[in-house]
Design a protein around this ligand. Structure first.
Ligand SMILES: Cc1ncc(COP(=O)(O)O)c(C=O)c1O
Length: 450
């Protein structure tokens, strides 16, 4: 079967090579391949399945909708499915956060939202330049690619660096406050930086290696944008939808972006992207930025169903409990391998274990895959193991996944480090006693099941 795929499908496949099997079914945080082997999911379709695979509420709503011949495709005409989604989104997400945005549906993938956002910023300001950051990842269509940092994806043939300046992200220069560079360049008429239409950033860089922007840095960038009439675009495609513990990743910082890009998990597992635009910045003329697949009604239905999690007052604390379990494991792991100088970074349920070497990360990923865990890496050299479980993962599965990872790390480090060579024996089976409190706490608070 995979031979047939190799014969017919382009060499551009990436994940197929990382996870060499034929997947068949999935539910919650478990996938099953054609041979019946099961995998725990710490990958979540690169952040698309925050509420798990085949979410029960979404599945039920979709089956009902299809059975009654609900509209499937509608361009941007009004459908009942769209009304239901927009009403739920406004009432459950926007209003409680005092956010007054209009919603633009774009083509179905994340990069479509980014393209629309930068185009709108250019139109609104009458300027063409955009500031992005080191290690940024915003997608692969040419406008988004220009904003994406990683050299592997670029080629001058694509003209993909036009009208973009990359400045250092928070902590790119250690403790130096890199927002000062933007401030200085904006105030210096000889800096070479044209006054930009927008600054675009991820508050946690997912593909860039799980780099977390501090609240202070975000606030300073937001202040600079306001002071210079530059639109601030937050790309929440990967780290929105609850990934950092709140629905939007910027909530804790208190900033109010002018434009927000959402995709991935917003569609409840189905393709959907949207741009949130401050009401005054909505300068589009009708049909000026269009496309066939805007408004995927099946995604509206699934999206409305998964938004119900945000009506549950315990949902955020359940994410937090899972986050603490991962943090405890990461802390312990970094201590155990202190001679390797591992680093841990993240927020909510997006965490990175920087093992400092892409080859080592790949060995760990391969061993994890063999043992039944899906996990990928990110960062400039793919050296950061990326822990991205569903927000709804059951605690035993989370712990089992961490144990698989534990063993994969120990086995991969063995040849290089004689102290760690014994770690397969010495490694305590997680949870060690110190963490058991967290687990019983979570059992008491119950779990939100998909
Ligand atoms: C922050 C961010 N922006 C944009 C994109 C592009 O989304 P898509 O791959 O759906 O085009 C991604 C994808 O990983 C992303 O993480």
């Amino acid at each position: 079967m995979t031979d047939q795929i190799e014969h017919i499908e382009s060499n551009v496949r990436g994940y197929a090579k990382l996870f060499p099997t034929v997947f068949d079914t999935a539910i919650g945080s478990t996938l099953c391949d054609q041979s019946g082997k099961t995998f725990i999911d710490f990958f979540c379709g690169a952040g698309t399945l925050n509420y798990g695979h085949n979410h029960a509420g979404a599945k039920e709503a979709l089956l009902r909708y299809i059975s009654r011949n609900g509209i499937q495709h509608s361009l941007d005409t009004v459908t009942t499915a769209k009304i239901d989604f927009l009403t739920a989104f406004e009432n459950t997400i926007l209003k409680p956060r005092q956010l007054d945005y209009v919603v633009q549906f774009t083509g179905p993938t994340g990069t479509n939202a980014v393209e629309a956002a930068i185009k709108l910023a250019k139109k609104r300001t009458g300027r063409s330049h955009i500031v992005a950051f080191t290690n940024a990842y915003h997608g692969h269509t040419l406008g988004s690619l220009a904003l994406t940092g990683n050299r592997y994806f670029h080629n001058d043939l694509y003209g993909s660096h036009n009208d973009v300046t990359h400045l250092p992200f928070d902590r790119y220069l250690g403790d130096f406050d890199t927002s000062a560079i933007l401030a200085k360049m904006l105030s210096d008429s000889s800096s070479g930086l044209p006054l930009p239409a927008a600054v675009i950033l991820e508050t946690v860089q997912g593909e860039g290696g799980i780099n977390v922007a501090s609240t202070q840095w975000l606030r300073k960038i937001a202040e600079l944008c306001t002071a210079n009439d530059i639109l601030l675009i937050i790309d929440d495609i990967q780290v929105g939808n609850g990934r950092t513990g709140k629905f939007f990743s910027f909530e804790e910082s208190g900033i109010h972006p002018d434009i927000v890009c959402l995709s991935k998990s917003i569609g409840g597992g189905l393709p959907m992207s949207l741009v949130l635009i401050r009401r005054d910045d909505d300068v589009w003329q009708p049909g000026e930025h269009t496309g066939t697949f805007r408004g995927n009604n099946l995604a509206f239905v699934a999206a409305t169903a998964v938004l119900k999690h945000w009506d549950d007052p315990h949902f955020e604390s359940q994410i937090e409990t899972r986050s603490r379990v991962i943090q405890a494991w990461l802390t312990e792991t970094c201590q155990r391998y202190s001679s390797q100088s591992f680093d841990r970074r993240g927020r909510g349920l997006i965490w990175g274990l920087d093992v400092r070497c892409g080859k080592l990360a790949r060995q760990i990923i391969d061993r994890s895959f063999d043992a039944g865990l899906l996990i990928e890496a990110s960062g400039a050299d793919d050296q950061v193991l990326k822990l991205l479980p569903a927000l709804t993962i059951e605690m035993p599965l989370l712990v089992e996944g961490l144990n698989i990872l534990d063993r994969a790390i120990a086995a991969s480090i063995q040849p290089a480090n004689s102290t760690a060579a014994n770690s397969t024996v010495l490694t305590p089976h997680f949870p060690a006693p110190a963490f058991s409190g967290l687990l019983s706490e979570s059992a008491a608070s119950g779990t939100t099941r998909s």
